[in-house]
Design a binder for this molecule. Structure first.
Ligand SMILES: [Zn+2]
Length: 129
């Protein structure tokens, strides 16, 4: 079980990361807008470079999406803290070790279930590839 102090520390980490992510995403969206604008403006002189534009958009979107997913994970963790069931494995209900949460405060599974989960994802990928 996590102590109150440990939860407070992890919550502090989550809050900080959330603030950081919010400003990162804002910055990325601004850059993204600018790049799109510049690319579009550039196309007037250089028509036919669509694949490069698509490529840049894909990369930017992938980064932004990953950060947005992280925000969602953090918000889910903060919700759990407020509900009092933070640090509990979503698969087997076992308590997640503090060391694991310290490294990854958004973890929702204990190490054992996470490994099984990743293995099953891997198996699914292998099946369809
Ligand atoms: Zn578990």
């Amino acid at each position: 079980m996590l102590s109150k102090k440990q939860i407070t520390e992890l919550k502090g980490q989550l809050d900080n990361r959330l603030l950081e992510l919010r400003s990162e995403i804002k910055q990325e969206l601004l850059t993204f807008d600018n790049e799109q604008y510049n690319q579009t403006a550039g196309q007037v002189h250089d028509i036919g470079d669509d694949s490069l534009v698509d490529f840049l958009i894909d990369i930017n979107l992938a980064v932004i999406n990953r950060h947005i997913q992280e925000v969602k994970d953090i918000e889910a963790a903060l919700l759990k803290i407020s509900e009092g069931n933070y640090g509990q494995c979503s698969d087997c209900d076992a308590p997640i070790k503090y060391l694991r949460l310290e490294a990854q405060p958004t973890a929702t599974r204990c190490i054992k279930c996470q490994a099984e989960h990743e293995q099953s994802l891997h198996d699914t990928e292998a099946k369809y590839s």
